[in-house]
Design a protein around this ligand. Structure first.
Ligand code: SF4
Length: 402
């Protein structure tokens, strides 16, 4: 069976494989959560873990904001959050929402009126901290707007802005304080007969964030939005997020996620997908398996990998490519790849397709050869998918006419 077809098999089919114990040991058991919708994107209830990012343009500068959201969409973001710090921003929101395809979450702090305006402007979700919205009456008005306009809400608890009484009680941000804050804020919404919300308990301290999410996951069944807040720059922030979110995701905790980086927001999406891909939770684009290279390498592995990553950025279909410098690990890695290269002697490298040796390559431009093979494979995958969809449609039509 071609690898592309094999990959399309469901988890049920995997369960029928002989090494059940090994398969079960690798399985992630997702926490059961309710499902809410952020526009058309389902969050929780077993839905795919969605990837979020946030714009860092001035919201009133609509064209810049729209441009950035479109870039995030292209990178694979499922949901994008936009800050609404003032009325000009919520006024800009309507056009922004109309001009993009992903659902928009309006980020609101302190001013309940901004939340109401954002809901009316078409935000799919309101990120609020009910504790800083003001009186119960104001929270009630925000909830009414969310109900009227079909918005969900995210309760965003943050270790850096915990309520004063909780800091006095616990002296410092701690998992119990984060839990209490989240549950108290949940009650505020539930008292308004509103359960269409998800919760985050973010902290910049990775261990605090992990412990807080674990605690919250036990105590409620609301969908959870994961994040390590103020994680830092591209390198440090990615590592912190991968450690924190990776740990939670492996435990089945988390329904949607944002990697917060002091970097171009597009990087947040890239890093999020790399994390989901590493855990085999969700795939998008090319997954390159490459060796670190050493004196045995038969071509410049690092250079080829760097160039291939750039040249394959446009691929969205999940596909695995192995680029290995020599025969020590090359054939083994190629067996589980869609396209593989193993460095061979005298500049002649072995090329694998669908896990099997296909031909040898000794030309100058190994990168372009890999790109050509990957694009061919992607075309094949798309054709297989289309055929399957056609077959499914045909079966459904036949059933209806019987
Ligand atoms: S696969 Fe070969 S070239 Fe790559 S690191 Fe291992 S021994 Fe070195």
């Amino acid at each position: 069976m071609p690898r592309a077809e094999a990959r399309e098999q469901s988890n049920d089919a995997q369960d029928q494989q002989p090494n059940l114990a090994a398969h079960n040991a690798l399985k992630i058991h997702r926490r059961l959560s309710r499902q809410v919708f952020v526009g058309s994107v389902a969050v929780g209830g077993g839905a795919d873990i969605s990837v979020q990012s946030m714009t860092n343009t001035i919201t009133e500068q609509k064209q810049a904001c729209i441009k950035q959201i479109l870039e995030l969409e292209k990178a694979g973001a499922d949901i994008v959050r936009v800050s609404c710090p003032n009325q000009q921003a919520t006024e800009a929101l309507a056009e922004i929402v109309r001009s993009v395809n992903v659902p928009i979450v309006a980020d609101i702090h302190f001013h309940y009126k901004r939340a109401i305006e954002a809901a009316a402007a078409g935000a799919a979700c309101l990120r609020i901290n009910p504790g800083n919205i003001g009186s119960k009456e104001r929270v009630r008005e925000v909830v009414k707007a969310a109900k009227d306009y079909g918005c969900s809400i995210r309760i965003g608890v943050n270790a850096g802005s915990l309520e004063r009484q909780l800091l006095e009680k616990y002296r410092e941000p701690c998992p119990q304080a984060m839990l209490e804050s989240a549950l108290a804020q949940s009650r505020l919404l539930e008292d308004c007969d509103f359960i269409n919300f998800k919760i985050s308990v973010k902290a910049s301290d990775v261990r605090l964030a992990i412990a807080s999410y674990r605690l919250l996951a036990e105590k409620c069944d609301h969908p959870l939005h994961l994040g390590i807040t103020e994680a830092g720059g591209l390198m440090a922030g990615s590592v912190k997020s991968a450690v924190g979110l990776g740990c939670l995701l492996l435990e089945g905790i988390g329904d949607t996620m944002r990697v917060s980086l002091s970097a171009d927001p597009v990087e947040e999406v890239r890093v999020a997908f790399a994390m989901l891909q590493a855990l085999k939770i969700r795939s998008r684009g090319v997954n390159i398996i490459a060796c670190p290279s050493c004196a045995r390498q038969q071509f410049d592995v690092i250079k080829v990998v760097q160039k291939a990553e750039q040249r394959l950025e446009h691929i969205r279909e999940p596909i695995t490519v192995s680029i290995i410098g020599c025969v020590v690990n090359g054939p083994g890695e190629a067996r589980s790849s869609d396209v593989g290269v193993t460095g061979g002697g005298r500049g002649t490298h072995q090329i694998y397709v669908d896990g099997k040796g296909d031909h040898r390559f000794s030309g100058d431009n190994l990168v372009e050869h890999i790109v050509m093979l990957v694009e061919k494979k992607v075309k094949e995958l798309k054709e297989i998918k289309e055929l399957k969809e056609l077959k499914k449609l045909k079966n459904e039509t036949e059933k209806q006419t019987q």
